[in-house]
Write a protein that binds this ligand. Structure first.
Ligand SMILES: *Cc1c(COP(=O)(O)O)cnc(C)c1O
Length: 454
């Protein structure tokens, strides 16, 4: 039995796959404050033009610059692994494979986009990147990429995580990044929030507003903003995962995949694995594709497809996406990376076109699945990743009940070695399941009244 299928470095994909080229309807444009489509030049102070071009591109294949491949090769291709221990435990006839994205320097899939984003910024003459981070995964990935490319990096980290999760902040500092608690006194948005609520725990929405403000206010003109999920160019960069997986499945002798699964926060690790398989589905292949989200932040399963802001302060353009409303505040579940009110427009559109089947899983079931995974496979998953694992276990059990041999593929988006406090809370019985009431949902969606309809 081959437990892991390694692709030779020379076989790494040389292009990214752009799902926008194959969707039935053209992706809707983001809208500006005047309700009109945002023009590329309107975004030029926030992102460099080369990334804006990728953001709006409908070209099917986009070349990966050789210098980017060179850096990704430090940990890519990631292995495709067989979860034989879990299969035997579940007595399932299904064959379970996973891409292990937890082996990157920052411990998740996020460096797959942090590296090209830093590279394109550098090409455009940018010297410094600003960003936000919740639990710290994205801030550490971008700090790592900036260190390798010689850019400065400033990260606004949500206050409550900054205080409770010192290790990711330290990772950023080791890579030379500057990490400040948000809200901060560095920006007008931060000062305003602090004046009104000195004890605020902060939020991702506030941190995004601060990072954008700091980037566009820099008088040197050489600072830009970077986002770790949601946007089209981020989905694009992550497709290297699914493209590698296809080659590796062929090596493993698997002609067909039945089920593809990924956890979904902003949508990038799911899209990265799934979009190349969606291309097959569009061309007639039968494959069940499942994004998995927490029941406490049910963007795809209960949210509305609408135009909404990406942040609380309304500084971003309006994006056409599944959303719970931009000032939705999720109950504090431990999977910090899945706590975003919106979803990538490309993933949202794929749901609308019937290309995937979203599913929501409660927190306690996710932790129980993560424990079973750790005790049968070894790697301790990030709490985000455990959502995918819970869905994999459901599918594998179903295969046993139906007596069907099936091939299940999922994305192991990251390890959980920096998230042991979440496991501690689970093991000491402090966690509960939480589901949004219909009233809460309607109240939150009410904030979309008067917005343009997609
Ligand atoms: C950030 C993160 C996620 C969620 O983000 P997506 O853009 O939905 O992929 C999932 N897993 C891990 C390990 C993460 O760090």
């Amino acid at each position: 039995m081959e437990y892991k299928i390694n692709l030779p470095q020379g076989e790494m994909p040389k292009s990214w796959y752009n799902l926008a080229a194959d969707l039935a309807s053209a992706p809707l444009p983001p809208l500006g404050p005047d309700g009109k489509p945002v023009r590329p030049e309107d975004l030029a102070r926030v992102f460099p033009m080369n990334l804006i071009e990728q953001e709006v591109s409908t070209q099917r294949w986009i070349d990966i610059p050789p210098e980017v491949l060179e850096i990704l090769a430090r940990w890519r291709p990631s292995p495709l692994c067989r979860a034989r221990g879990l299969e035997l435990h579940l007595k399932t006839p299904a064959r379970i494979y996973y891409k292990n994205e937890g082996l990157s320097p920052a411990g998740s899939h996020k460096p797959n986009t942090a590296v090209p984003q830093a590279w394109y910024n550098k090409q455009a003459g940018v010297q410094r990147l600003c960003t936000e981070t919740g639990a710290g995964q994205w801030g550490s990935a971008l700090s790592f990429a900036c260190a390798l490319l010689g850019l400065k990096c400033k990260v606004f980290m949500v206050r409550v995580s900054f205080d409770q999760k010192p290790f990711r902040k330290l990772m950023m500092q080791v890579w030379g990044g500057e990490c400040v608690a948000s809200p901060s006194l560095n920006t007008a948005v931060g000062r305003k929030v602090l004046a009104e609520h000195p004890d605020t725990p902060g939020s991702l929405g506030i941190a995004i507003s601060e990072a954008v403000e700091e980037a566009v206010q820099d008088s040197s003109g050489r600072t830009r903003y970077a986002l770790g999920s949601v946007l089209n160019h981020v989905m694009l960069h992550q497709t290297i995962i699914g493209l590698e997986a296809k080659k590796q499945l062929a090596i493993a002798g698997e002609a067909k995949v039945d089920t593809v699964i990924g956890c979904a926060g902003g949508g990038s690790n799911f899209a990265g694995l799934a979009f190349p398989f969606m291309a097959d589905k569009i061309h007639g292949a039968q494959v069940d594709i499942v994004p998995v989200e927490p029941t406490s932040c049910p963007t795809l399963t209960r949210g509305r497809f609408a135009y909404d802001f990406g942040d609380v302060a309304g500084m971003t353009p309006l994006l056409p996406m599944h959303t719970l409303g931009h000032d939705f505040v999720s109950n504090p579940i431990h999977a910090g990376g899945l706590r975003y009110h919106g979803m990538a427009p490309l993933v949202s559109q794929a749901v609308r076109e019937g290309l995937c089947r979203p599913k929501a899983v409660p927190q306690l079931k996710c932790f129980a699945s993560a424990m079973l995974w750790a005790q049968t496979e070894g790697f301790i998953p990030a709490p985000e990743t455990s959502h995918a694992i819970a869905a994999v276990i459901d599918e594998a059990n179903r295969a046993r009940e139906e007596g069907k041999e099936k091939v299940i593929l999922f994305n192991f988006s990251g390890h959980g070695l920096m998230d042991l406090a979440g496991y501690d809370a689970y093991l000491s019985g402090k966690l509960q399941d939480y589901s949004m009431s219909e009233d809460e949902l309607l109240r939150s969606l009410g904030k979309l009244e008067g917005f343009p309809e997609p």
